[in-house]
Design a protein around this ligand. Structure first.
Ligand code: F6P
Ligand code: MG
Length: 473
């Protein structure tokens, strides 16, 4: 199942594919090498050390091949079922050079290839090259994390107190507004993924995350279908359905996962859902994506917030910086989250369900061929796809006319699929659909929008967003 619309290619000098492949991937691989090297210096097992050095050498040659636009080579078999699919695709594409390859496939291949260096080792199988970076950025999101924790605790308290009001028109209206707010927090939480960190400072990130920033950003949501998504959840509840599930196909760890859990907790507490199923990746992916270990890392940070924020990090030690102490109230707010989420998890209302499909090299036009996964997602009231990459996969990363309806651009995932799709996406790549006629041109004409260069530059930075819904039932 493929789209006939051509996909973005790495050699298209007007696309973000070109910039990514040429400028950003080498930086990302260098970061992975540095991280592995750091772990090697901290390791005293000679066997592990030797293997670590071999991995570093492999990553260095990957970087060389990429920067010199060599042919992409078949992946080595590490025993996982997806390798054959990757290699068949490579063959189908005529074993292209990195330059001639489609952006979506070659970028997935890049992360899958890196992961084979670790999975084929004996001592580094579980190693996550991006883990340090993910935790460090989460820690630096401290102001927004604290602001949201306080807000969430207050809100949950209120929802519990107002139980008697349930069903009154005022209550429904308030719930709808909150649903919008929570989803928007969850949307903008995606603006700060680490693969873009090559160009953003920590200060920029903090600015992007605060509530002021969120209000100011509402005008930057170009398509907003939240009304339809809310209606679906409300209707299921009104019909008295006993089990009502929402799925979140996760994107990034750290701050974004934190806000995803805030949304999930809100859906459960408000009764808009009875279960939330979370879908992480199975291997380190696009730098900051969630792998199962990131859940425990996040929860341990919340379990002992003072320890997490007040213990000097490696970098702070080097720079002789002392972290700001946490106020008691701040620590209590975080501990409250830990308790709430721990309980929801223990009671089976939060479920974590990895699937190798999410790290395949193809688009989600192929999801309908994954019988088990499709059947599972069909039982959900709403499947929320977070972030840019998921949106690229939904739309097959193809060069659609921007006024193409979302329901058309997602092909077999659209009407009739049996799956209700909601994409929460800040734009960090060229593909965008569902815009009103003239909208693309209007934004191109704004500062930094690309002007008449023929480049859709506005869509690269995470400043603009689209929230698109497709009813599949
Ligand atoms: O290399 C660029 C890029 O792949 C984006 O286009 C992309 O999809 C992004 O990195 C990761 O963003 P997100 O975490 O929102 O999927
Ligand atoms: Mg990501």
């Amino acid at each position: 199942l493929e789209t006939k619309t051509p996909q973005y290619m790495n050699n298209d000098a007007k696309s973000f594919a070109y910039v990514s492949a040429r400028d950003r991937w080498p930086v990302i691989i260098t970061g992975a090498i540095d991280d592995t090297y750091r772990s090697i210096t901290q390791c005293d097992d000679p066997e592990k050390l030797k293997e670590g050095k071999a991995i570093v050498a492999e990553l260095a040659s990957l970087k060389y091949e990429l920067q010199h636009y060599r042919q992409m080579t078949p992946l080595r078999d590490d025993g996982e079922g997806d390798i054959a699919g990757y290699n068949a695709e490579l063959e189908k594409l005529g074993t292209p050079t990195w330059f001639q390859a489609p952006w979506l496939f070659s970028e997935c291949y890049l992360y899958r290839r890196i992961s084979t260096s670790f999975s084929l080792s004996t001592q580094w199988k579980q190693y996550d090259i991006f883990s340090r970076q993910k935790m460090a950025t989460f820690r630096s999101s401290r102001p927004a994390v604290l602001e949201l924790a306080a807000r969430y605790r207050e809100l949950i308290g209120q929802i519990r107190k107002d139980k008697s009001q349930k069903g009154t028109p005022e209550h429904v209206e308030a719930e709808k507004i909150l649903f919008h707010e929570m989803c928007e927090i969850c949307l903008w939480g995606n603006a700060t993924d680490l693969s873009l960190l090559t160009s953003l400072t920590y200060e920029d990130i903090q600015k992007l995350q605060g509530s002021e920033a969120r209000k100011a950003s509402e005008k930057n949501i170009l398509v907003n279908d939240l009304e339809a998504a809310y209606a679906v959840l409300k209707q299921a509840r009104d019909e008295g359905k006993a089990e009502r599930r929402v799925d979140i196909v996760l994107d990034n760890a750290g701050f974004e996962l934190y806000v995803d859990l805030i949304l999930a907790g809100f859906l459960l507490s408000s009764g808009l859902a009875t279960h939330v199923v979370l879908h992480p990746k199975s291997i380190p992916w696009f730098v900051s994506d969630v792998v199962p270990q990131d859940f425990s890392d996040l929860l341990s940070a919340l379990a002992q917030p003072k320890k997490f924020y007040e213990t000097q990090s490696e970098d702070e030690q080097l720079q002789d910086k002392t972290p700001e102490p946490l106020a008691d109230k701040e620590a209590e707010d975080l501990a409250f989250l830990f308790q709430e989420w721990g309980q929801l998890y223990a009671e089976g209302q939060f479920v974590i369900r990895p699937n190798r499909f999410w790290t395949h090299g193809g688009s989600f036009w192929r999801l309908t061929a994954e019988k088990e996964l499709v059947e599972d997602l069909k039982t959900s009231e709403l499947v929320i796809f977070k972030g840019d990459l998921n949106y690229r996969k939904l739309t097959a990363d193809a060069a659609w006319d921007p006024t193409t309806p979302f329901t058309e651009a997602i092909g077999p995932m659209g009407p009739g699929s049996g799956i209700n799709v909601l994409a929460l996406r800040t734009c960090k790549a060229d593909v965008v659909v569902g815009l009103k006629p003239g909208e693309d041109e209007r934004i191109r004409a704004t500062e930094g929008g690309g002007g008449d260069s023929g480049i859709r530059k506005w869509a690269w930075s995470g400043k603009w967003a689209v929230v698109s819904y497709s009813g599949g039932k």
